[in-house]
Design a protein around this ligand. Structure first.
Ligand SMILES: *Cc1c(COP(=O)(O)O)cnc(C)c1O
Length: 386
C-alpha cells in the first residue's frame, strides 16, 4: 500500500462519523450492545470488537491499522509509552529459566529491565556486540528465547545486520525483536528483513510533536493476539483515545518531517565533520561511519539524530560550547519539531551519581524542522567560543 494512502486514509471509515475528515476522539471507556447475541460475540473476540477501552477503542484502532501497515506487519498494538511496548514484547517471549540475548547498548530502561527487573523472575540475559552476527551467535544458549536488537541505537548508532540476525534466530527457533525508533517506519522496515517483532518509542518521530508519550509493537496476527490476551490486557499500559488522535495527526506529516530532519541533519553533520574544533562525527550515513555500507544497504535514510566528539582537552570547554549554543534546547528525547542537544557532559558532576562511562566530549544532536543554515550559524558561534 502506498505511504500516502496509509498516512491519509487507511483505517478511516468516514461514513461512520458524518464524513468528518479528521477522525473523532471516541472518549468512552465502554461500549453498549443492542442484543445479547452481539454482546456475546464481543466477549468471544475482544481484539476485534469494541467492548472496553483497555482492550479496543475506535480512535486507537485507526492508529493501530496505520502503524501496522507502515511496518508491513499483520497487526499492531499501541501502548502508553515506548517502554510499555518494549516490556510487553519482552515479557511475552520469556518465562522463568529463559535467556535473552541483547545488543550491548540498548535504550537505558530496556537495559534496566534485563539487569534489574527480570532476574527477579529467573530470566537471564547476555549482552553481545551486535555489530557482529558471530558474537550474537556465540551468546546464544540452549534456553535463549529472545534476541533483542536496536539498529541503530540512539547515541553511538551501532547497527546490526537485521536479515542475518533474523536468519540465525529462525534457524534456532528464537524470536527476534528490534527497536526501530531511530529510523522510523519511513526509513527501515525490519519485518521485511525477517524480524518477528518491531517496537517503537512513538514519542519520537511517530507522534513527532513532543506532546505525547506512546509505544508501538508490530508483529504477526498470532503474536499480537497472544500479547493482547496476556501483557496488553493484564498489565493494562494502554494509550488514551485523545493521545491516539494526536498521534494520527502527527502521522499526517511523518514522511515530510523525516525527509526534512534527514536532509538538514546530513548537511549539519557534513559541516561539523569539516570543522577544526570537531574531532569526529558519528552519523550512520556518512562515509566515515564504520558501518556505512551496512547502513546504506539496510536503511533508506537516517533522520535527525547523530553525535559528534568535540576537540577539547577539558570538560570546561565542552561546558562553554553547551552554554553558548543557541536555538538547540538542552533536553532528553528527540523526534519532535525542535532541535535538541544532549551532551554527555550532562552525565558528569551529578550529585550522588558516578560520572558517565561515555566521554564528556561526546555530544548528541537532534535536528528538528528548523532551517539548517540557521542551526549551522548557531553551532558556528558556539564552536567559536570553545
Ligand atoms: C525514548 C526511547 C525509548 C523509550 O520510549 P518511551 O516512549 O520514552 O517509553 C525506547 N527506545 C528508544 C531508542 C528511545 O529513544
Amino acid at each position: 500500500m502506498h505511504l500516502s494512502e496509509i498516512l491519509n486514509h487507511l483505517g478511516e471509515t468516514r461514513e461512520h462519523y458524518f464524513q468528518a475528515v479528521s477522525p473523532p476522539v471516541i472518549q468512552s471507556s465502554n461500549f453498549a450492545y443492542r442484543s445479547l447475541d452481539e454482546f456475546r460475540q464481543a466477549f468471544a473476540d475482544e481484539l476485534r470488537h469494541h467492548l472496553y477501552t483497555r482492550g479496543n477503542n475506535p480512535t486507537v484502532h485507526i492508529l493501530r491499522q496505520k502503524l501496522a501497515a507502515l511496518e508491513k506487519a499483520e497487526d499492531c498494538l499501541v501502548f502508553g509509552s515506548g517502554m510499555a511496548a518494549i516490556s510487553a514484547a519482552v515479557l511475552a517471549n520469556v518465562s522463568a529459566g529463559s535467556h535473552v540475548v541483547c545488543v550491548q547498548s540498548p535504550y537505558s530502561w530496556m537495559k534496566s529491565l534485563l539487569m534489574h527487573y527480570l532476574p527477579r523472575f529467573g530470566v537471564e540475559h547476555s549482552f553481545a556486540d551486535g555489530r557482529s552476527v558471530a558474537s550474537i551467535e556465540q551468546a546464544i544458549r540452549p534456553n535463549t528465547s529472545l534476541i533483542y536488537l536496536e539498529s541503530p541505537n540512539s547515541l553511538t548508532f551501532e547497527l546490526q545486520d537485521l536479515a542475518a540476525c533474523a536468519e540465525l534466530a529462525r534457524s534456532r527457533g528464537i524470536t527476534t525483536c528490534v527497536d526501530n525508533s531511530y529510523c522510523s517506519p519511513v526509513f527501515q522496515n525490519p519485518i521485511e528483513l525477517g524480524i518477528d517483532l518491531v517496537v517503537h518509542s512513538g514519542t519520537k518521530y511517530i507522534n513527532g510533536h513532543s506532546d505525547v508519550v506512546l509505544g508501538v509493537l508490530c508483529g504477526s496476527s498470532a503474536m499480537v493476539k497472544k500479547i493482547f490476551d496476556a501483557e496488553y490486557m493484564t498489565l493494562g499500559g494502554i494509550l488514551s483515545p485523545h493521545d491516539a488522535a494526536l498521534a494520527i495527526r502527527g502521522l499526517r506529516t511523518l514522511e515530510l518531517r523525516m525527509q526534512r530532519s534527514d536532509s538538514s541533519a546530513m548537511a549539519i553533520a557534513r559541516y561539523l565533520e569539516g570543522h577544526p574544533k570537531v574531532e569526529k562525527v558519528l552519523h550512520p550515513l556518512l562515509p566515515s561511519f564504520p558501518q556505512y555500507e551496512l547502513a546504506q544497504r539496510q536503511m533508506r535514510g537516517a533522520g535527525g539524530l547523530f553525535s559528534f566528539y568535540l576537540k577539547a582537552d577539558r570538560i570546561e570547554q565542552a561546558e562553554v560550547f553547551i552554554e553558548q549554543l543557541q536555538h538547540f534546547l538542552l533536553a532528553v528525547s528527540w523526534g519532535g519539531h525542535e532541535s535538541l542537544i544532549l551532551p554527555s557532559a550532562a552525565f558528569y558532576k551529578i550529585p550522588g551519581r558516578p560520572d558517565s562511562t561515555q566521554p564528556w566530549n561526546l555530544v548528541r544532536l537532534y535536528i528538528g524542522l528548523e532551517d539548517a543554515q540557521w542551526l549551522i550559524s548557531a553551532l558556528d558561534k558556539a564552536l567559536e567560543a570553545v
